[in-house]
Design a protein around this ligand. Structure first.
Ligand SMILES: *Cc1c(COP(=O)(O)O)cnc(C)c1O
Length: 398
C-alpha cells in the first residue's frame, strides 16, 4: 500500500493533502517517490526559512546531538541562552521565552499580558482586541484570538474577553479600546487572512491608543517575522512599537521552535512558576534557531528577500496584464499574495501549479499565496513565474 493510502488509514483526517510522497528536499526543491522534482514556494508554510538541508543548521543540530538532546528547563540550557542573546541583540527586546510552536507563543504572550496587569493591581484589564480573519493558532486562547468564527465552531466555550475588529478599520478599533483593555494583538502582515498589509493610519491609531490607554501591543510575527518581509521582524517595516512579540515557523528552520520577546517592564512582573513548558526551548531546536537567526539577520540575506519579492511582484504585474481574473497583487518581501476573482478558484490554481511542478498555497478570500525560502535565487524565481504562468493558462482553459 502506498503511503498516500496508509496515511488515510493511520492519520486523523484533519488535513486535505496532495497526492504525492515527498522523499527528499534540497534548497528550494522537493523530490517525490516517483523521481519528480518540485520547486517549493510553500517552504513548509514559511518554516523552511533557508530551504531544505541548510548546511549550518545541519551542523548545529549534529553538534548539539553530540552533547545532549534535552535537559528540561530545570537547568541552564546553553543553546537557549545563546539564541536568546542573539535575538535580543538584533531586536532590542529585553527578555526571551521559548516554546515549540506559534500557538504556544501566542498563548504565552496573552498570559504574560494579563499577568502584567494583574501584578500591577489592574486584574480587570483582560480584554484583548484582535482582527477579523486573523490567524493566531489552534489552542483555546489563540483560537479565541483568531478572527475566524468557523474555526471555533463545535468546540464549546472559549476563553472570554476577545473582541475582533475589521482589519485597517481605525474607527472600530478606537471604539473598542478603553482603560479596561489589556492588549491589541495583530499580525504585522495578515498572511492566512488573505495577505493583507497594514495601513499607515492603522499603525498611527495603534501607536496612539497604546500611548493614551497604556494598552499592550502584541505583534504576532509567527509567519511574517524572521526576515520574511525583508526586515528581521515584520513590524519594523510599519513602525509599530510592540510590547510583546511572538515568533515560530521560520525561526526553527524546520525544527519546532517558538518564542516570545518581552520588554523588561513585563518580564519584571513575572515570577518562577507563572508559566512554563517541558519541551520549550529544546536545545536542538535552539541550536538550529541560532543557525537560522545568524543567517537571516545578515544584510545580504534580507536584501535578497526584498529583491526576490520585487522580482516576483514585477513578474506578477506582467501576468496581471494577460489575465483579467487576477484582481490584485499583495504582500511584502517574500509573503506574496495574488487575489483572484471567483471565476478562478484558488484551489484549482494550486493544483495546476503542482501539475507544473510548482508548490504554492492559498490564503483566505480566493488568494494565491507564495512563501519561498528566503535564500531563493533569481533563477528559481524566474522558473517559478514560468510555471505559474502555465498554471494560470491551464486553470483558465479548464
Ligand atoms: C501559523 C501561525 C500561527 C500558529 O502557529 P502553529 O505553529 O501552527 O501553532 C500563529 N500565528 C500566525 C500568524 C501563523 O501564521
Amino acid at each position: 500500500m502506498s503511503f498516500i493510502e496508509q496515511d488515510k488509514n493511520v492519520i486523523a483526517p484533519l488535513y486535505g493533502k496532495a497526492d504525492i510522497e515527498i522523499v527528499k528536499g534540497e534548497g528550494s526543491y522537493l523530490y517525490d517517490s516517483k523521481g519528480e522534482k518540485y520547486l517549493d514556494f510553500v517552504a513548509g508554510i514559511a518554516v523552511n526559512a533557508l530551504g531544505h538541508q541548510n548546511k549550518a543548521i545541519k551542523e548545529a543540530v549534529a553538534r548539539q546531538m553530540d552533547c545532549f538532546n534535552h535537559i528540561s528547563n530545570l537547568y541552564v540550557n546553553m543553546p537557549q541562552v545563546e539564541l536568546g542573546r542573539k535575538l535580543l541583540e538584533i531586536t532590542g527586546f529585553d527578555k526571551a521565552f521559548f516554546c515549540n510552536s506559534g500557538t504556544e507563543a501566542n498563548e504565552g504572550a496573552i498570559k504574560f499580558a494579563r499577568k502584567y496587569f494583574d501584578r500591577k493591581g489592574e486584574p480587570n484589564r483582560q480584554k484583548i482586541i484582535t482582527f477579523v480573519n486573523s490567524f493566531h493558532g489552534r489552542t483555546f486562547a489563540a483560537l479565541s484570538a483568531t478572527g475566524q468564527p468557523a474555526l471555533r465552531q463545535g468546540f464549546g466555550n472559549m476563553p472570554g474577553d476577545f473582541v475582533h475588529v475589521t482589519w485597517n478599520d481605525c474607527a472600530a478599533l478606537k471604539a473598542e479600546v478603553n482603560k479596561d483593555t489589556c492588549a491589541i494583538m495583530l499580525e504585522s502582515l495578515a498572511a492566512e487572512g488573505g495577505v493583507m498589509t497594514l495601513s499607515s493610519e492603522m499603525v498611527e491609531t495603534i501607536n496612539s491608543l497604546q500611548k493614551e490607554f497604556g494598552v499592550l501591543v502584541i505583534v504576532d510575527e509567527v509567519q511574517a517575522g524572521c526576515g520574511r518581509l525583508g526586515t528581521f521582524l515584520g513590524f519594523e517595516k510599519y513602525g509599530l512599537k510592540p510590547d510583546l512579540v511572538t515568533l515560530a515557523k521560520g525561526i526553527g528552520g524546520g525544527l519546532p521552535l517558538g518564542g516570545v520577546l518581552l520588554r523588561q517592564y513585563i518580564a519584571g512582573q513575572l515570577k518562577a512558576g507563572d508559566h512554563g513548558t517541558t519541551f520549550g526551548g529544546n536545545p536542538i531546536a535552539c541550536a538550529a534557531g541560532l543557525a537560522v537567526v545568524k543567517q537571516v539577520s545578515e544584510p545580504a540575506l534580507l536584501k535578497n528577500v526584498v529583491e526576490r519579492g520585487n522580482q516576483i511582484r514585477a513578474a506578477l504585474s506582467e501576468l496581471k496584464k494577460k489575465h483579467s481574473f487576477i484582481k490584485e497583487i499583495r504582500g511584502e518581501g517574500l509573503i506574496v499574495g495574488v487575489a483572484l476573482d471567483e471565476s478562478v478558484p484558488v484551489g484549482d490554481v494550486v493544483a495546476s501549479a503542482r501539475a507544473q511542478k510548482l508548490m504554492v498555497l492559498s490564503a483566505k478570500g480566493n488568494v494565491l499565496r507564495m512563501l519561498p525560502c528566503l535564500n531563493v535565487s533569481a533563477a528559481e524565481v524566474d522558473e517559478a513565474m514560468e510555471k505559474l504562468s502555465k498554471a494560470f493558462m491551464m486553470t483558465q482553459g479548464a
